[in-house]
Design a protein around this ligand. Structure first.
Ligand SMILES: Cc1cc2nc3c(=O)[nH]c(=O)nc-3n(C[C@H](O)[C@H](O)[C@H](O)COP(=O)(O)O)c2cc1C
Length: 197
């Protein structure tokens, strides 16, 4: 078996992330993003991966600006976990999150479908206690596609999270022998180190 070099592993990892971002049926489309809450407890949740840019080592996610995760991830360490059964590759990414500026958020908002944007019309913040099962949406837009004008107030609740990745733990499963590498990103680019799987 020919062994990949670290540059190939990094390139393949970003190609996998880009493939996941671009295809809603791809397993890497829905990675788990983990953070630590104010009480020091781990919190993990699935987020749709919207974009992956190898050059800036940045991943893009969308969320509600009122959601508790925002305070947990912005400026704080995050861990992102994805597994691709097709290539038998697990990616454990570490990095820091920041909010995109309003120009980038406006562009992402404009590109989102009306149904995707409708989620941000919820009248109370995600996680707010409710007296009965609820979507949180105003009754007027429940169960139908909202008009553009109805979506205007939702824009303020929409946030774009950018996660800058500084470490990739790459694990490849193979009957001939698993392989694991840790890649760290510094001023000189990515540097790799083999690990026992
Ligand atoms: C398949 C799937 C995709 C999801 N995508 C997103 C998403 O893109 N953004 C988001 O904020 N929440 C998304 N969620 C919901 C989150 O997993 C989570 O329940 C919600 O954001 C509340 O998280 P928080 O309490 O940590 O803020 C998704 C859930 C699933 C099951």
């Amino acid at each position: 078996m020919s062994e990949p070099d670290f540059a190939t592993i990094v390139a393949d990892a970003w190609a996998l992330l880009a493939a996941g971002a671009g295809d809603r049926r791809h397993p890497v489309h829905t990675p788990v993003v983990a953070s630590v809450d104010a009480e020091g407890r781990p919190q993990a949740r699935v987020l749709v991966l919207r974009a992956a840019d190898a050059a800036s080592a940045t991943l893009r996610f969308h969320t509600d600006a009122r959601s508790p995760k925002l305070a947990e991830v912005v400026g704080r360490p995050v861990s992102i976990l994805a597994y691709d059964p097709g290539s038998a590759v697990q990616l454990r990414l570490a990095g820091t999150a920041r909010l995109a500026d309003s120009v980038a958020a406006d562009a992402a908002w404009a590109a989102a479908t009306p149904f995707a944007r409708r989620c941000y019309l919820a009248t109370a913040a995600p996680g707010t206690a409710a007296p009965a099962p609820t979507s949180g949406l105003p009754a007027a837009v429940e169960g139908r596609k909202p008009e553009e004008a109805e979506l205007l107030p939702a824009r303020d609740n929409f946030a774009v999270l950018l996660m800058e990745v500084d470490e990739i733990d790459w694990l490849h499963l193979a009957a001939t022998g698993h392989r694991r590498a840790r890649l760290r990103r510094g001023d000189g680019g990515w540097r790799g180190e083999w690990r026992v799987p």
